[in-house]
Design a protein around this ligand. Structure first.
Ligand SMILES: CC(C)(COP(=O)(O)OP(=O)(O)OC[C@H]1O[C@@H](n2cnc3c(N)ncnc32)[C@H](O)[C@@H]1OP(=O)(O)O)[C@@H](O)C(=O)NCCC(=O)NCCS
Length: 315
């Protein structure tokens, strides 16, 4: 994983908007988050995460045969952030592209990587990375307290037949696009002086509506993936949900019938890093010795779009 060093605490936010540490912790479970420096782009964090994942996999980045970046906070509207990551890693040749599926992006990328590996690719990098701090409205207390910056990566390779993705479930409902989006800057509403003045280049979110859909989508996708993987809640050694709000995570966990002590969270430290939350949590769980060979892990996510995805894998 690769996180910017700057920490922004709830106490500091109290001095920026009308909020309190108590409110943020009680309603979301977040205590602090990381914030990128002014000169840091999403591709910088993604390149850092890919480099580390390659080291861990004992692989040169140049040996990757595909690079998938999951992000909503792209470096530029074009080209893809994945191409900027290639440039920063000093690699070329392999296909590189972005997946735009919001917070479900890493699991969407994992699904694509698995398919590429099944089709003969040997080493596919999937990286979820975001610099949310550059697209949130720092005057809107309903959103700015929620998000953080970071990136996490995985290298997907052909398995030994025992470990890997057992089943997944993914989907989208574009009818819900307006409940969470960045209105301006694309072809719907090109950038202009007016859009900048009206703050239309920042996150627009109907928090309560997102909350309700998130709980249902995350739990339904996880239950469906577990059924298709032919595992029960008892078989799950660790649940790594998308980390947006502890209350959403808890509600989804309960609906899946997985005990509290088997859910892993880094939300309190990092906030909602969108596509980066699952790979960062996966990395930290592994570093802390919470993941062992043969463990069955379920990950589930929801995000802008509205998208959802769940994956059951055997480590
Ligand atoms: C945003 C969210 C934390 C709000 O929590 P909530 O319990 O639903 O709170 P509400 O929106 O009902 O707001 C309750 C009150 O708190 C206020 N409030 C909102 N943000 C606040 C903040 N940061 N500090 C203090 N008060 C705040 C509201 O203005 C409202 O005040 P009012 O009753 O006087 O109108 C919650 O809806 C949420 O997490 N939604 C999902 C968001 C998400 O996960 N997005 C990412 C998707 S990947």
């Amino acid at each position: 994983m690769c996180l910017p060093p700057r920490v922004l605490t709830n106490r500091e936010l109290e001095r920026m908007v009308d909020t309190s540490d108590e409110w943020i912790q009680e309603r979301t479970g977040i205590r602090e988050r990381r914030i990128a420096d002014a000169d840091m782009a999403t591709s910088d964090l993604c390149a850092g995460a890919v480099r580390q994942a390659c080291d861990d996999a004992r692989l040169e980045p140049a040996a990757l045969d595909a690079l998938i970046v999951a992000t909503s906070t792209t470096d530029t509207l074009f080209p893809s952030t994945a191409c900027w990551v290639q440039r920063k890693l000093g690699i070329k040749g392999m296909p590189a592209f972005d997946v735009s599926a919001g917070c479900s992006g890493f699991l969407y990328g994992l699904e694509l990587a698995s398919a590429l590996v099944a089709a003969g690719h040997r080493a596919v990098a999937v990286v979820g990375g975001e610099v949310m701090s550059k697209v949130v409205n720092w005057k809107d207390r309903g959103t700015c307290v929620l998000f953080g910056d970071g990136a996490g990566a995985a290298i997907v390779t052909p398995g030994d037949g025992r470990s890997g993705v057992l089943a997944s479930n993914w989907g989208a409902d574009g009818n819900l696009a307006p409940i969470l989006y960045q209105p301006a800057g694309g072809t719907q509403m090109p950038a202009s002086h007016e859009t900048v003045e009206a703050g239309r280049h920042t996150v627009h979110m109907e928090g309560n509506t997102v909350f309700k859909h998130a709980v249902v989508a995350m739990s339904s996708a996880a239950v469906a993936a577990m059924r298709d993987a032919e595992v029960t809640a008892d078989d799950i050694t660790l649940m790594i949900p998308h980390q947006a709000n502890l209350r959403i995570m808890e509600a989804a966990r309960e609906r899946c019938g997985i005990p509290r002590e088997r859910m892993y969270s880094v939300l309190h430290k990092y906030g909602n890093m969108s596509a980066a939350t699952i790979p960062v949590a996966l990395h930290e769980a592994r570093s802390e010795g919470r993941i062992h060979d043969g463990d069955v892990i379920v990950s589930t996510a929801f995000g802008t779009g509205f998208t959802w995805a769940a994956t059951v894998l055997r480590w």
